[in-house]
Structures are given as structure tokens and as C-alpha cells.
Design a protein around this ligand. Sequence first.
Ligand code: NI
Length: 182
Amino acid sequence: MAILKVARLGHPVLRQVARPVPVDAIRAPETQRFIDDLIETMREYDGAGLAANQVHTPQQICVIEVLSNPRYPDAPEIPLTVVINPVVTPLTDEMEDGWEGCLSVPEMRGLVPRHTAVRLTCHDRDGQPVDLIAKDFFARVVQHETDHLQGVVYVDRMRDLRTLCHVAEWNKHWLGLREQDD
Ligand code: NI
């Protein structure tokens, strides 16, 4: 397995719409190796997820996993989820603000409104169809990662750019705020 280089904001690959993976190519060794590398890279940098665009390979693949993540100490755990050719449908009009960061926007945090529940249909790494409902934090991560596959970065979704923070300032001035709101 290999740790892949992560593109940062400003690299055009982050603005590309990723191409779908033909279902019969999912089990091909090169696709499986790429998925392993994506997982390895996500874990190396403590990401809650990672999308293929972020490693300079615009295909419709992203991975999600949260296991006591030091970057998100209060986040609920999410088992490893491999998402291929996703379609995300919001199930609520309700949007909730929450803090997000991104390995492609290093050292920053911003407050982002997201749907609190979404339906995710996609394929898994065996090429099997997946149809699930994601809520709350899982729904947030699904929206963040699948946005990457459409060339969208979280800062595009922010309602108020004044909440865009360097993480050191965020720890000093914002940590704990807003979380008690509801
Ligand atoms: Ni991201």
C-alpha cells in the first residue's frame, strides 16, 4: 500500500467532476489497489474521509471512517465505508451547522450547513449495490466527501465565511461554542 499525495485548495483537480467507475472495473486489481491506498492515506492523515479527487485521481470513489479520531475527538465512530458512484438524496429540508475541516484545506475549520439525513446509493468495493440512510455526523461526512466528487469543497457551502478559522485560533476562540445550541 502507498500513502498518496493530497491536493490542496487551488489545485484544479479539486474542481473536476470525477468520472464514474464502470461496475465491472470495481473488482479489477488496479481499482482495489487504489481503494487500499485511499484508505491508507486517509488513516495516515487522520481524515474522517478522503475522496479520489483529493489524491489527483478524479474517479467516483471516496472512503469514510471515524475511529476515535484525534482531529475530531467528539465525533461518533463510523465504520470503514467505501463509496463508489454515489447518489446522495437529502431526506430533510432541515440543515444543521457543524464544523468541518478538510485534508485539502489544511489547518482550517469552518461552519457548514448540511442536511441532517440523506439517502446514499452507491456500490461498495465488491461491486455490490448499497442503499443506506445516513444521519447527523455520518450524513455530514457523506455530503462532504461526495461533494468532492462533484468538484465542490466545504468552503463553497459555508453561509458565513467569517467562521473560517485557522485551527489554532479555532481551539482558542471557538471550541465548544455553538455545540450547546441544541
Ligand atoms: Ni475534504
